[in-house]
Write a protein that binds this ligand. Structure first.
Ligand code: RTP
Ligand code: MG
Length: 137
């Protein structure tokens, strides 16, 4: 089942020089391909749409502050079961709960600064890809 997903390398990943490391892990998965890539800064309006499900939660404001604190790298990744697959590579939201070998488990400690976003379902992927790459066919 070929799918597409939106991946964001969060501002901590960019600041810490982990972009190559994280992209390398994605690139090395058999049959996956990066089909779009852009470094950009995210404003509050876009983040409100992207993280709409979290608006009003206690962690929402600090999350938006963090996500707009520096540029991110946005990627479209295509391939076999890539939605579930990138979530697996990333590991659970809390990096301390994430197993070594996963991106968050290897490089993170702070829940908010957990390096990577990946769409969590086909519906989220469709919505997020439109938001970040509106020109995509
Ligand atoms: P993401 O949406 O960024 O891919 O992460 P996720 O699905 O694993 O986690 P989600 O529950 O959607 O939360 C979105 C992001 O908000 C930050 N967060 N902080 N308790 C907290 O301080 C807290 N909980 C979540 C994280 O950056 C998380 O990835
Ligand atoms: Mg999420």
């Amino acid at each position: 089942m070929t799918q597409r997903t939106l991946v964001l390398l969060k501002p901590d990943a960019v600041r810490r020089g982990l972009v190559g490391e994280v992209i390398g892990r994605i690139e090395r998965k058999a049959g996956w391909a990066i089909t779009a890539l852009e470094m950009r800064s995210l404003d509050r309006a876009l983040l409100e749409q992207h993280y709409g499900e979290h608006v009003g939660r206690p962690f929402y404001e600090p999350l938006v502050e963090f996500m707009s604190s520096g540029p991110v790298v946005a990627l479209v990744v295509e391939g076999e079961r890539v939605i579930e697959g990138v979530r697996q590579l990333a590991g659970p939201t809390d990096p301390i709960a994430a197993a070594p070998g996963s991106i968050r488990g290897d490089f993170g400690t702070i829940v908010r600064e957990n390096l990577i976003h990946a769409s969590d379902s086909e519906e989220s992927a469709e919505r997020e890809l439109k938001l970040f790459f509106p020109g995509l066919v």
